[in-house]
Write a protein that binds this ligand. Structure first.
Ligand SMILES: Cc1ncc(COP(=O)(O)O)c(C=O)c1O
Length: 398
C-alpha cells in the first residue's frame, strides 16, 4: 500500500482531514515558495521586471495541464477573486434588467453573494433551487437524472445559472459537459465555481467549451501554495470581459509588460500588474511537477482508497446518514454525514473540541441550516489514520 507521507512536512500528532477547505502542500511546493521568495528579494527590482514573462510561462504550463490555451486563463489569488472578475466584469447580454440569476442551495456563501451583488446592480432577480443532499434524495440518482433536474429548473426568464462543479457541502459532482450543452442551447450563461474540482477530478477544458466561465482553486486539491486560483474564459466571452481592477495594462501594453500575453490584449488587460508577492504563483510550476512525478491517476486512486477505508470503518459503526453520493461519477473528494441533534447543536465548537481533545481536524459545515460533519482525505493521509479517525468520531459523536 503506497504512502505519500514522506512528501509532506506534517504535524505527527495531527490527523488532518480537511483538505476541502485548504490543503497541506507537499514539501516540494513549500520549499519552492521559500526559495523563490529568497531569490526574488536579492534584487526585487530585477525580479519585478522579470515577473510578467515568468507569469506568462506559468500560465502556459497551467493551461497545458488543464487542456486549454494560456490566453483563456487568468491567475488570481483564489477562486473568490476569479468569480468576482467574471461576475462583476462580464458584459455578456444575459446580465440584463428583468432577467433571473438562478443558483443552487449548495453554493458557497461568498460566491452566491457575488452573484447576488451583480444581480441587484442590474435589477435582476435571484432564485435558489434545491439539489440532492440527503440519503433519500441521493438514492438512485444518475448523472442524466441530475442534469434533467437542473435543466427542469430553468424558466424563460433565467439568464444566468451559477453552480459549483463539486459541491462544497457534500461533494456532489456535476456532469458538467452534458449540463453545459443544455444551457448553451438555451442561451443561459453557465458560470461555474470550480473551487473543489482541479486536482480532485480530471479537468479538461477542451471538452468544456459550452461552459461560459469557470473559476478554480489550486490551493485545495491541487496542493499548490495558499493564494493560487484561476479563471477560465472561452474565446467567445473574452472581449466582453472587462477588468474590474484597472492598472498598467488596461488601455495598452507598456513595454515592461510585453513578456506577458503573447501580444493578446484581451489577455493582458486581465493581468494583475501591481507589486505583490508572486512566489505562490511561480511555485505552481513546482506543484505541476509534483503531479507529474507522482501521477494523476495514482493520486486519485490513493484518495479513493482512503475514502473507502473510512467508510468501511465508520458507516456501519456510526449509523449516521450519509449526505454524499456513493463512489462513482457523481462523487467528489468530500464525504458528509448528518450529525446527531446534540452534536449538530455544537456547530463549530464540535470541530474545535475534536481538534483540542483528539488532535483531529475535520470541518463542521452547514446544509439546510443544520451543522454536518465533512471529512476530506488527502494524499498525505494513510489507511491507519482513516481507521483511527473513524474510531474517534464514532466515540465522540455518540
Ligand atoms: C465551492 C467554494 N467556492 C468558493 C470557495 C472560496 O475559496 P477561496 O476562499 O479560496 O476563494 C470555497 C472555499 O471553500 C468553496 O468551497
Amino acid at each position: 500500500m503506497p504512502s505519500f507521507r514522506e512528501e509532506f512536512d506534517l504535524d505527527p500528532d495531527l490527523i488532518y482531514l480537511n483538505s476541502g477547505s485548504i490543503s497541506i502542500p507537499p514539501r516540494a511546493v513549500m520549499d519552492a515558495v521559500a526559495r523563490i521568495t529568497r531569490e526574488t528579494h536579492r534584487n526585487p527590482t530585477a525580479a519585478l521586471f522579470g515577473t510578467w514573462s515568468r507569469l506568462w510561462r506559468i500560465q502556459t504550463l497551467l493551461a497545458e495541464f488543464l487542456g486549454t490555451h494560456p490566453r483563456n486563463l487568468f491567475l488570481r489569488n483564489n477562486v473568490t477573486g476569479a468569480m468576482n472578475a467574471f461576475l462583476l466584469g462580464s458584459r455578456a447580454p444575459q446580465f440584463k434588467r428583468g432577467g433571473e440569476v438562478l443558483m443552487s442551495e449548495l453554493e458557497y456563501g461568498a460566491v452566491a453573494n457575488i452573484a447576488r451583488y451583480r444581480a441587484e446592480h442590474e435589477g435582476m432577480s435571484v432564485r435558489v433551487f434545491s439539489l440532492p443532499c440527503s440519503g433519500a434524495e441521493l438514492e438512485g440518482l444518475t448523472p442524466r437524472g441530475l442534469v434533467d433536474r437542473i435543466v427542469g429548473e430553468l424558466k424563460p426568464e433565467t439568464r444566468v445559472l451559477l453552480l459549483s462543479h463539486v459541491m462544497t457541502a457534500n461533494g456532489l459532482t456535476l456532469p458538467l459537459r452534458e449540463l453545459a450543452r443544455e444551457t448553451r442551447a438555451r442561451g443561459v450563461l453557465l458560470i461555474i465555481d470550480g473551487a473543489h474540482a482541479p486536482g480532485a477530478i480530471a479537468l479538461d477544458f477542451s471538452k468544456l467549451e459550452d461552459v461560459d466561465f469557470y473559476g478554480g482553486n489550486l490551493h485545495k486539491w491541487m496542493m499548490c501554495a495558499e493564494g493560487t486560483g484561476f479563471g477560465w474564459v472561452p474565446d467567445r466571452h473574452r472581449e466582453a470581459l472587462e477588468p474590474v481592477e484597472a492598472g498598467w495594462t488596461t488601455f495598452a501594453t507598456p513595454l515592461a509588460f510585453e513578456g506577458f500575453g503573447g501580444g493578446d490584449r484581451a489577455c493582458t488587460r486581465m493581468l494583475l500588474s501591481s507589486s505583490q508577492s508572486f512566489a505562490a504563483w511561480f511555485a505552481i510550476e513546482d506543484g505541476l511537477k509534483f503531479w507529474e512525478r507522482l501521477g494523476f491517476e495514482g493520486i486519485l486512486a490513493h484518495r479513493r482508497m482512503l475514502r473507502l477505508a473510512f467508510e468501511r470503518a465508520f458507516d456501519t459503526a456510526s449509523a449516521l446518514e450519509k449526505l454524499s453520493p456513493e463512489e462513482g461519477e457523481l462523487r467528489g473528494p468530500l464525504i458528509t454525514y448528518r450529525l446527531p441533534d446534540a452534536r449538530a447543536a455544537e456547530g463549530y465548537r464540535l470541530m474545535q473540541r475534536l481538534l483540542r481533545d483528539e488532535k483531529l481536524q475535520i470541518v463542521t459545515n452547514m446544509i439546510r441550516d443544520r451543522f454536518c460533519l465533512r471529512i476530506s482525505p488527502a494524499l498525505h493521509n494513510t489507511v491507519a489514520e482513516m481507521e483511527r479517525a473513524a474510531e474517534i468520531l464514532v466515540r465522540v459523536l455518540r
